[in-house]
Design a protein around this ligand. Sequence first.
Ligand code: FES
Length: 111
Amino acid sequence: VTITPGGLVRHQLCPVDDVAVGQMRSFAIGSRAILLIRRKDGAFRALSNECTHGEAALDEGDLLVDECLIECPLHGGRFDFDTGEAVEEPAEIPLAVYTVEVVDDVIHVLL
Ligand code: FES
C-alpha cells in the first residue's frame, strides 16, 4: 500500500492480463466493493460496484462495452462507466469513480 501525494491510498488489484478487453471483475477493499472494467480500447475504469438505486452488485449485471455502459441486474438502471453518471432510470444517483493506475503491468486503484 502506497500513499499518493494527494493523500489517497494506492491499492493493488491484479495483473493487467487478468482482465480481458470488454470484461469486468469485482474486488473488495476493506468495506468497499470495487468494479474494475476494461474498455474496448484496453483502458481500465474503476467504480463502485454497488448500485446507487438498491441492493445490487453491478458485476452481476450486463456490461455493454460498445456503449460504455453497465446495466444493473435488479431493475435495469444503467450507468456510464467512464463518468459514473446514471443514464437510465430507475438509477438517478451517479456511481463513485476511482482513479486507476497501472504500475509494472499491475492494476491499482486509488481510494
Ligand atoms: S437496484 Fe440497481 S437499478 Fe434498482
